[in-house]
Design a binder for this molecule. Structure first.
Ligand SMILES: Cc1ncc(COP(=O)(O)O)c(C=O)c1O
Length: 413
């Protein structure tokens, strides 16, 4: 549904809530000024309502999580049913049956589909933790300490994942505490490096937060071949791109390149913080048998609510209807964005339901103006000048048209 604004944005409730939040939340978490943010109260499909009763159109899928739409009813039902049974288990000690079921399903949708061989899985909570699992796995499996990562990469903000993340604003305050193990290569290019100390190549098959960058067709396969020749593991970070976001179930399927380890999160559950690192069994078996204490785990690993939501989401994501929905919405979004009249300094790039409109300037002032029109959008890229379109798969033609009309009204295009 199109936006329906009851108050000026942000309305009085949101303004009061930000004052309250500012009193107790450390600064540098929730950005605020007189135009931003609104406080979310409820959501359904492509719509979000704020604390003042304004209805917005969500072109972000809330960081790419709500691919199936906000509060997909079947996922909500699965959550409720699980909440009636058990809220928390003992992930690596006395787990629930759901943990095994989710690991089996993640193996099925990755390595069993790609290579007819089972994969093995480590569950975790946030995306960055899945990356850290992958990096630790590569260390154990290869014995080598260095990694290759790419310019403008985003893999999360934990100290381990910061070894891969490039965007300097995130790294620079902590740079001197980061292990000096990363060889940085421009995204989209291949370099025949000396592999003696390199254990892993960590890459996003399509860069998300780096600005919706689609690499040249040979990029993934060149690094695949190099990894094979040099006993280096290829890790794909599909935390953002996974589960249809780019128009294929996984973005690496555009190039038919299979990684050794894949990290997923975000849209896997539709809203519970749960992520996973899935690897070829032989590689994952570099982890030793447990003698009672897991080497890498956490309190909420394999959380039953997250597993129940992820299992239901994966079931829906694999239905032919979902694929048709994605293909239809993706075709419509691509056609409409590519037919925009752009000046020379602008560009439209991306794939599927993950697009960026590259603007001549930072989107900082534009985002609150869009909010005033009832549109939730975010910006990406090292310069913050890539306006991102990552809507839920159920976005309609009318909703895309409305967004484009508002961009015209704001003289962006
Ligand atoms: C490609 C990619 N990797 C990793 C992450 C980190 O995930 P999380 O924020 O859940 O730690 C993100 C988050 O945006 C991402 O886009």
């Amino acid at each position: 549904m199109l936006p329906d604004l009851q108050t000026s944005i942000p309305g009085p409730q949101s303004q009061a809530l930000i004052m309250d939040l500012r009193a107790h939340e450390r600064r540098n978490v929730t950005y605020n000024d007189s135009t931003w943010p609104v406080f979310w109260e409820r959501a359904e499909g492509v719509n979000v309502w704020d604390a003042d009763g304004n209805r917005f159109l969500d072109l972000t899928s809330a960081f790419g999580v709500a691919g199936l739409g906000h509060r997909n009813q079947e996922v909500v039902d699965a959550l409720h049913a699980q909440a009636d049974q058990l809220l928390h288990g003992m992930g690596d000690v006395h787990p629930t049956r759901l943990k095994g079921a989710l690991c089996r399903e993640l193996s099925r949708v990755t390595f069993e589909r790609w290579e007819q061989q089972p994969g093995k899985v480590v569950l975790s909570n946030s995306g960055f933790e899945a990356i850290e699992t992958a990096l630790k796995t590569a260390r154990l499996a290869t014995g080598k300490r260095k990694i290759v990562a790419f310019e403008n990469a985003y893999h999360g903000l934990g100290y381990g994942s910061l070894m891969g993340t490039d965007l300097s604003k995130f790294r620079s305050p902590f740079e001197d505490q980061l292990a000096d193990v990363t060889i940085r290569v421009p995204y989209g290019t291949f370099e025949d490096l000396d592999a003696r100390e390199i254990g892993a190549v960590l890459m996003e098959p399509i860069q998300g937060r780096g600005g919706k960058v689609v690499p040249p067709p040979e990029f993934l396969s060149q690094w695949r071949a190099w990894c094979d020749a040099n006993e280096v593991l290829l890790i794909f970070d599909e935390i953002y791109t996974g589960f249809w976001r780019t128009g294929k179930f996984f973005a690496c399927e555009w190039d038919q390149v299979v990684p050794d380890l894949i990290c997923v999160g975000k849209a896997m559950s539709g809203g519970f913080p749960i992520s996973a690192c899935i690897g070829r069994s032989a590689i994952m078996d570099a982890w030793p048998e447990s003698t009672g204490e897991a080497l890498h785990t956490s309190t909420f690993l394999g959380h039953p609510l997250g597993c129940a939501m992820a299992l239901k989401s994966l079931e829906i994501l694999q239905r032919p209807d979902t694929q048709s929905l994605v293909e239809k919405a993706a075709a419509s979004l691509e056609k409409k964005l590519k037919s925009l009249p752009l000046s020379n300094s602008m560009e439209v790039r991306g794939r599927g339901l993950m697009w960026g409109l590259v603007l001549p300037q930072n989107c900082g002032a534009l985002l609150p103006s869009l909010l005033q029109k009832g549109i939730l959008m975010l910006a990406d890229g090292p310069e913050g000048n890539v306006l991102s379109f990552t809507p839920p798969f159920i976005i309609s033609e009318e909703e895309i048209d409305y967004t484009i009309a508002m961009l015209k009204e704001l003289e962006v295009i």
